[in-house]
Ligand binder design. Structure first.
Ligand SMILES: [Fe+2]
Length: 206
């Protein structure tokens, strides 16, 4: 039942409206937001690497592949956020916490909670703020991450729904856009719909 509730929440919110314009915001808040996003993405990368190892230990090869692909995507988001911070004259600093690792089922639930929070609250708020500040670079990096978190929330929800069938599965191919972190299954591989990077440049993750 918990799985069903999570899945319904994910599916109901996949097609969110674009963040609304808001009153002008001070650039200082935008920098703080970029720092928060940078730290969040850096920690998500570490968390997904650990989740992938746990999935392999439990014999969920396909889920391990998904976590490795998500880890690479989060790393790309962190690098993109850091590049914008440097252009603003800010040295990116991050403290990576030791990830809390449970069973693969627990880890998928935690991943969905994290991705949906970023998708539904954090990134829409940060993008609106960056637009108000008039910073195109910040808007772009935050929007690219926001788009990829939608992918991750959906893919993790699918994995959770099918987890029983994935026991004993082997690693599978995922593809990650090196520009924005857009995450695709082998069947979905195409030019990136977010940043238009050609499909030949997508990184193969297994
Ligand atoms: Fe992309």
């Amino acid at each position: 039942m918990q799985t069903l509730r999570i899945l319904l929440a994910v599916l109901a919110l996949v097609f969110l409206a674009a963040p609304m314009a808001a009153a002008p915001a001070p650039a200082g808040a935008m920098v703080d937001n970029l720092k928060t996003a940078y730290e969040g993405e850096s920690n998500a990368h570490a968390r997904y690497v650990a989740f992938a190892m746990q999935a392999d230990r439990e014999g969920y090869g396909e889920v391990a592949s998904l976590f490795r692909a998500a880890a690479r995507a989060e790393q790309i988001h962190a690098e993109n956020h850091a590049a914008v911070l440097r252009r603003l004259g800010v040295v990116p600093v991050v403290r990576v916490e030791g990830p809390v690792v449970g069973t693969t089922r627990d880890n998928l639930i935690a991943a969905i909670e994290g991705e949906t929070a970023e998708r539904d609250r954090m990134y829409p708020e940060f993008i609106t703020n960056a637009r108000s500040a008039g910073d195109a670079n910040a808007v772009r990096t935050l929007t690219w991450a926001w788009e990829a978190e939608k992918d991750h929330a959906f893919l993790c929800a699918m994995a959770l729904m099918n987890l029983d069938q994935l026991k004993g599965s082997r690693a599978v191919e995922y593809y990650v856009c090196p520009g924005c972190g857009h995450t695709m299954t082998k069947e979905q591989l195409a030019a990136c719909p977010t940043c238009r990077t050609r499909k030949e440049k997508a990184e193969r993750i297994v």
